[in-house]
Design a binder for this molecule. Structure first.
Ligand code: ATP
Ligand code: MG
Ligand code: MG
Ligand code: MG
Length: 392
């Protein structure tokens, strides 16, 4: 029988603990002070100071599970592999062992630990650019292990957390998810799904674009938990895993969403909203708070396509409780539903106002100046205006 999500997490953390890694608690979605981004987007994020050389109190080998939020993936939600909030299984070498060791353990865990057949694995390796040469160490390691390798160009296998800061070449491990025997390569066939990224984090990018070596050579790996579970449970998307079982059991009877993509968007967004709420962020009109607001508005836009009478107040309490258990977050159904109802009310009022204002434009093409005016004077964001225009 396939492993549950809980068993997958345990297998991962034990594997690295047996190899000298200390388990650290995952942080909230809010990055440490001074970090330029609004939310934690990867497991390395809260560890930046230690990757830069500050000694970590628990030593040079760490392992954890870190929740992440990527608003940059919003438009990909609805496919089988991209969520806005997901959990990243991470392992680190802070100036300790190097890339080849990390890749060998990666292969050992996936193949021997989780039983993924060798012929379902494919990897990619940094092929070099003008500044840094091909990642020969990783290439040699994969050749020794006998896995097929694709060398990529440009920044395809270059990891960075932003325009400046720690970065380096990476090597990604893909698993074949097709029904037929594997074919093609990760960049030519989307049935190769990326599960694990190993980053050889040894450079710092400066404002002027130049790279200098970090004080220590680190390894930073991140594996998407929901994706790994998808592969191990043999289902065709993250929504088919045990993690989404309550969602797919409770949402369709409540809201009969015509197409699969709408159902996925609604489940993803409400799930992410609840996690963000659990980390203490409330909807607002700017900055961090605009993310949960946007998630709710996208949900409502989807829900109201077929039936404007649908209300978030109907969200089953069990779904909030499931987040509470799974993420270990202090979210109570009552307050979550209160915020959802309040946001829904605001959005209805804003839409009513928007429809009124837009009716004065007689359906003509809107100019950039119109959008500015609608935003600044009437508080109508472009996304919302476009939504109303599409309603016709
Ligand atoms: P992709 O190319 O599929 O968008 P990525 O290269 O952007 O993934 P990384 O930044 O390398 O992802 O993150 C490490 C791992 O986190 C990935 O290998 C994947 O398993 C997982 N992951 C990344 N983005 C998502 C997401 N939006 N939802 C779920 N898991 C994700
Ligand atoms: Mg991505
Ligand atoms: Mg990728
Ligand atoms: Mg990647």
């Amino acid at each position: 029988t396939p492993p549950t999500t809980g068993q997958v997490v345990d297998t991962f953390t034990h594997f690295f603990q047996e190899r000298g890694h200390r388990l650290i608690t995952g942080s909230t979605l809010l990055p440490p002070p001074g970090d330029p981004v609004l939310f934690t987007t990867s497991g390395m994020h809260p560890l930046t100071p230690y990757l830069e050389g500050r000694p970590h109190p628990l030593g040079r080998r760490l392992v954890n599970v870190q929740r992440c939020l990527r608003t940059t993936d919003l438009d990909e939600v609805g496919d089988g592999t991209h969520l806005t909030v997901f959990q990243m299984l991470g392992s680190w070498s802070l100036g300790d062992y190097g890339g080849p060791q990390s890749l060998r353990w990666g292969y050992e865990l996936l193949h021997e630990g989780f039983g993924i057949p060798r012929d379902r694995l494919h990897v990619t390796v940094f092929g070099g650019d003008g500044q840094v040469g091909v990642d020969g160490e990783s290439l040699d390691t994969w050749h020794e292990l006998g896995l097929p390798v694709e060398l990529t160009g440009g920044d395809e296998n270059w990891w960075s957390n932003g325009p400046t800061g720690p970065c380096g070449p990476d090597s990604e491990i893909f698993v074949w998810t097709g029904d037929c025997p594997p074919r093609g390569t990760p960049t030519t066939d989307p049935r190769w799904v990326e599960v694990w990224n190993h980053v050889m984090m040894r450079h710092r990018r400066h404002e002027d674009g130049n790279l200098t070596p970090l004080v220590q050579r680190n390894i930073d790996t991140g594996m998407g938990l929901e994706r790994l579970v998808t592969v191990l449970q043999g289902v065709d998307s993250v929504y088919g895993t045990d993690l989404f079982e309550p969602w797919l059991r409770l949402v369709p009877p409540l809201w009969d969403l015509g197409d699969q993509e709408s159902l996925r968007v609604v489940c993803d967004h409400l799930r992410s909203f609840t996690v963000i709420h659990g980390d203490g962020v409330r909807p607002s009109h700017t900055g961090r708070g605009y993310v949960p607001r946007r998630l709710i508005r996208r949900t409502l836009t989807t829900l109201w396509q077929d039936d404007p009478g649908r209300t978030l107040g109907d969200l089953p309490r069990e779904l909030v409780e499931h987040i509470q258990t799974h993420f270990g977050l202090p979210v109570e159904p009552g307050p979550v539903l209160d915020v959802l109802r309040d946001e829904e009310h605001r959005f209805r009022r804003l839409l009513d106002r928007g429809r009124k204002v837009l009716s004065r434009y007689g359906g003509r093409q809107l100019t950039p100046e119109d959008y500015h005016y609608l935003h600044d004077t009437h508080g109508l964001p472009e996304e919302l205006v476009d939504g109303i225009v599409r309603e016709g």
